[in-house]
Each structure stands twice: as structure tokens, then as C-alpha cells.
Design a binder for this molecule. Structure first.
Ligand code: NA7
Length: 538
């Protein structure tokens, strides 16, 4: 192996929320020499790449930010309840500037491989710029929804118009004015983009494979008095979200939907519906996600809302979710999504009733034997979630074993942050951690703090490697599967289950344990307090 040209204490891959915070911690708390590699041309990660029309955060802005920059929490004023992509990117640029993060970041550089060298106990990291560097610690901050899923549809190369995936939109945007546009996909992204594109396009055709249970976001300006009160109470808010199950100010009601009278249930449903955001999904009856009958009561309420909004009963019927439990796929938040199908320039093509997409032609899309012509196709078809970005890194651990091979039948991790056979590798918000089931900055901060504490403890005790034991890892994998198996989450064809990617193993990817991220945080802290139980330190 060629000798590495530069050596670092740590290499961090990715400069989104995770990589930025990780760098700040390693460099400014521990005094380590760290380098961040980032494929994009600046910081931002998810918020750098996802520039599609209507892209915005689904968590409330006052908690979708770093909690460790207390001054910025006071100074920054979000313009709305849910910030739009450009505003989040501006926020992250501001953080980078305030903490001088860019001086240790190398942009426009993709990591193409990393191997653990058992002679030196160092990682050797290669980039597409031909560099090879060494590092004691390798920390992935590559995001969970960053490996783009462009469906393998026949004929895409023939299409004479333009096509885009929502996560790879051009910087200057796309002008849909006067155009015939297709949007393929009706997940959280499609639900945000469709109403906005429909306002511009001459004709919009939406290709739906699975109808979704949507809940209104209820975006808007936040009352200045509320903003002030939050700023005055940030310490309490931060404590609450860190201990909460989902990193949000939502807690499931300690009641059963089945043991509540229909009148009271309707009042509770109305209250959550009116509140908007994730209240309906995360603050619902405690048996909503574990009991089929309770779930159906919640689902029925949302189906009624669709029928009450969409004027054409046949279209309403096709937009009504069927065949899976409410909340088992990611809850999309909408702003005029169902209303958009009342517009004359919007057409729905539903795979189940009208026929699935068969091929892309020179001039458009053929579905159910019918050809539809387009100038632009937008794929809102999601990602190879959680494992996709990590498998793509070409990471090799002990004995040259590839992570992608080790995970051929699904992820195997300890706590979702470490992998047996891959010493000193830490995966921020990795599979089998709470990650995507939380408000992401909360999960990110928990992992970054834990990793920082771990590296600090290693250095203090003169250890050079930490590695999960295979037994601890097996125990964790079994626990993750067991926890998911107690819910309805494993019954849906969701990206949480890897079901959106042809051939991907059907395994529940995040960790949904008791007490959510709050309980997981306690567990991780206990493990650290017991001298990193389940790890081998050498
Ligand atoms: P999602 O949630 O994976 O949604 C992708 C959508 O695209 C979904 O409706 C899929 O249908 C559809 N899809 C995927 N592949 C195809 C093919 N081959 N043909 C037709 N339709 C297809 O991705 P998003 O970008 O919306 O959201 C990802 C996350 O980003 C989101 O959950 C938030 O956490 C942020 P399906 O439902 O699989 O049948």
C-alpha cells in the first residue's frame, strides 16, 4: 500500500449537520487534528443537495438546529414554523463561519475507499482527488437519506426532455412555467413538491405507486411572543427534547384508542389535526403503532379527511391509502397536497388502478398501456436509506473484509454507531440507531457527544483501538429486531424496511426501542459508564 501523504487524528466524511458538529467537537473540545471530506461544494449535506421546489424541514425550526451554539439560538430568527431549504443552508453557513469550520473541510471531494491497516491500527482513506491520508478514527457523517434512488426504469436514456431527481436539483432551480411535467413518487418529498410545481406547470401528472396518509404541516409565521418565550426557555426545551422519545415536543398519549369513547377520540384527533406537524403521528394514542384495531381508528380519521378534501370521488378513492397501517411509512406533512388534485391542470396516474409505469419513452412515460408526454420528469423516488450511503463508501475492516459484504443480509451494528471488525469506525446516525425516527439534530448531537466522550476516554486511558465485540453486536441486532417486531412498523413496504429498493434485504433499519432516543441515550451513557461494555479496547 502506498504510504499516506497526510495523517490526521480523525477523518470525518460529510459536512452536513453531523460532520460540522463532529469537527467542532473533535477539534475544539478534544484538540484533535481532523479533516472533513465533503462531495458538495460547501457545508449543508441534505440541505445542500435537496433543492427541489417546496423543500423544507418537517420538524419545527426552533428545535431543528444545533443546541450547543447557545448564542446563535438566541440570535437566529427563523422566518417560519418550518424553514425552507435555502434558509437552513444559510443557517449552516452561518454556523460554519462562526466556528471557522471550513478551514478543516475539503469540498468537492468524495471519499472512494477506506481500509483499516492492522499493522499500524490506522485507517487509510482515499479520495477521488487521488489523495490517500491516514487517520486513527474514521467517522461517517454521510446522512441517512443521501444515496439517491433513481428507479431502474427501462428507456430513461431515450427521453428527449429533461429529468431530475429531487435530491440532485440544479442550483438555479428549474422553471416549470408552461411545461408538461411528471412527478414520480408521493413520499414526503413528492408531497412537498407537487403543490408547488402544480402552481407553475402547464400540466402536472403525478405517478403514484402507494397512496400516503398526509397530515397538514400548518406552516406559517410564528407569533413573536411564542418565539420570545422559547428563547427565554431554551435550556428547558433542550432538556425536554433530549429526553423525549422522538427528539420532538411530542409524547404518545398514555391512553388506548380502543378504551376511549368515540366522541373523545374525535376531539383528540381534531386537536392533533389542528395542531399540524408530527402531532398526529408522534403524539397519538399509545397503542396506535402496536395495535391494528387502534391504528385503523386513526387511519379512518385521515381517510375521511381525504374524501372531504378531494372533490372527484374517484380521485379521492385512489388517493386513499390501502393495505398498510397508518404511521408505518414516514409521515409526510402537506401544504395543500390533496387540494392540488382539485386543480384542472393536475392528473393522477395510480399504479394500482391505472397501471404501473412500464417504461420511459422518447417523449414521456408509458403506464398502464397509455403514453403520457412530458417536457420534464421529476423523480421524487427517494433513497437507498441508511445502509446505502455507508455501503457506497467502500470501507474495509479487519482482514480486508468489506462492510458492504458484511451487511449483505442487512446491517449488523452495535448501537448503530460501531461495527465488529471495524475498529475506530463510528457511524453517526447509522442503521440500528434511533436516527430517522427522531428530529435528526437531536440524534446527531447524541451520537457526536457520545463519540467525543469515547475518544476522549480512550486517549486518557492510553487506548488506541475500540471495537464492538461480535457478541455485543449480535445482541444489539436481536434487540433492534425484537423492538421493531413489537410494533406494526415491520408490516409495511417502507424505506424503513428497505422495501423501496429492489433486492434490498427486508430488515427494519432504524432502532425503535422503549422511550425512543431518550431511552437510547440513557443506554449509551450506561454503556460508557461501565467502561464501554460490549466493546474491546486495546
Ligand atoms: P420516499 O419516502 O422513499 O418516497 C419515494 C416515493 O417514490 C414513494 O411514493 C415510492 O413509492 C415512489 N417510488 C419509488 N420507486 C418507484 C418506482 N420504481 N416507481 C414508481 N414509484 C416509485 O422518498 P422521499 O424522498 O419522498 O422521502 C425520503 C425521506 O426524506 C422522507 O421520509 C423524509 O425523512 C425526508 P412506494 O411508497 O415505495 O410504493
Amino acid at each position: 500500500m502506498a504510504s499516506a501523504t497526510q495523517s490526521f487524528d480523525a477523518v470525518v466524511i460529510g459536512a452536513g449537520f453531523s460532520g460540522m458538529h463532529m469537527l467542532k467537537s473533535l477539534r475544539d473540545k478534544l484538540g484533535l487534528k481532523a479533516r472533513v471530506y465533503e462531495a458538495g461544494e460547501t457545508v449543508g449535506g441534505t440541505w445542500y443537495w435537496n433543492r427541489y421546489p417546496g423543500a423544507r424541514c418537517d420538524s419545527d425550526s426552533y428545535i431543528y438546529c444545533f443546541t450547543w451554539d447557545k448564542q446563535l439560538l438566541q440570535e437566529w430568527n427563523w422566518s417560519e414554523r418550518y424553514p425552507e431549504q435555502p434558509e437552513i443552508l444559510r443557517y449552516l453557513e452561518r454556523v460554519a463561519e462562526r466556528h471557522d469550520l471550513k478551514r478543516d473541510m475539503q469540498f468537492n471531494t468524495r471519499v472512494t475507499g477506506a481500509e483499516f491497516d492492522e499493522d499500524t491500527n490506522l485507517w487509510r482513506v482515499r479520495t477521488d482527488k487521488g489523495e490517500e491520508v491516514s487517520a486513527r478514527y474514521l467517522i461517517t457523517a454521510v446522512g441517512t437519506l443521501s444515496a439517491t434512488n433513481i428507479p431502474p426504469l427501462e428507456g430513461l436514456e431515450r427521453f428527449k426532455g429533461r429529468w431530475y431527481h429531487t435530491s440532485q436539483f440544479p442550483r438555479g432551480g428549474v422553471d416549470f412555467t408552461g411545461k408538461r411535467v411528471a412527478v414520480v413518487g408521493t413520499g414526503a418529498t413528492g408531497v412537498q413538491a407537487i403543490p408547488v410545481i402544480a402552481q407553475q406547470a402547464k400540466q402536472l401528472t403525478v405517478f403514484q405507486r402507494t397512496a400516503n396518509y398526509c397530515v397538514p404541516a400548518r406552516n406559517g409565521k410564528v407569533d413573536p411572543e411564542v418565539v420570545e418565550a422559547r428563547k427565554a426557555n431554551y435550556d428547558d426545551i433542550v432538556k425536554r427534547i433530549r429526553e423525549s422519545p422522538f427528539g420532538q415536543e411530542h409524547w404518545p398519549m398514555p391512553k388506548s384508542a380502543l378504551e376511549t369513547s368515540p366522541e373523545e377520540r374525535e376531539r383528540e384527533f381534531d386537536r392533533m389535526w389542528d395542531k399540524g406537524g408530527f402531532a398526529f403521528w408522534l403524539g397519538n394514542y399509545q397503542d396506535m403503532l402496536s395495535d391494528q384495531e387502534a391504528n385503523e381508528l386513526c387511519a379512518e380519521y385521515l381517510k375521511r379527511k381525504i374524501r372531504g378534501t378531494v372533490k372527484d370521488p374517484a380521485v379521492a378513492e385512489r388517493l386513499t391509502p390501502k393495505g398498510y397501517a397508518y404511521g408505518t411509512k414516514r409521515q409526510p406533512l402537506d401544504t395543500n397536497y390533496f387540494e392540488t388534485f382539485n386543480k384542472d391542470n393536475v392528473l393522477l396516474v395510480d399504479a394500482k388502478t391505472d397501471g404501473a409505469i412500464e417504461e420511459i419513452t422518447e417523449s414521456g412515460i408509458r403506464a398502464g398501456g397509455k403514453e403520457h408526454e412530458f417536457d420534464i420528469i421529476v423523480f421524487a423516488t427517494g433513497f437507498d436509506a441508511m445502509t446505502g450511503p455507508l455501503k457506497a463508501l467502500n470501507i474495509k475492516g479487519r482482514g480486508g473484509r468489506a462492510l458492504a459484504d458484511q451487511w449483505a443480509d442487512g446491517p449488523h451494528t452495535y448501537l448503530g454507531v460501531a461495527v465488529a471488525g471495524f475498529p475506530n469506525l463510528f457511524t453517526i446516525t447509522g442503521p440500528q440507531s434511533p436516527s430517522v425516527l427522531t428530529n435528526m439534530p437531536v440524534a446527531i448531537e447524541q451520537h457526536v457527544e457520545w463519540i467525543t466522550g469515547c475518544i476522549d476516554a480512550m486517549r486518557r486511558s492510553g487506548k488506541t483501538t475500540i471495537e464492538a465485540t461480535p457478541e455485543a453486536q449480535d445482541g444489539w441486532v436481536a434487540h433492534v429486531n425484537d423492538a421493531a417486531g413489537q410494533t406494526l412498523m415491520t408490516t409495511a413496504n417502507s424505506w424503513y424496511m428497505g422495501a423501496n429498493i429492489p433486492g434490498k434485504p427486508r430488515v427494519f433499519l432504524p432502532y425503535l426501542g422503549p422511550e425512543g432516543i431518550g431511552g437510547y441515550r440513557k443506554k449509551c451513557d450506561e454503556i460508557a459508564a461501565k467502561g464501554y461494555e460490549g466493546f474491546e479496547l486495546a
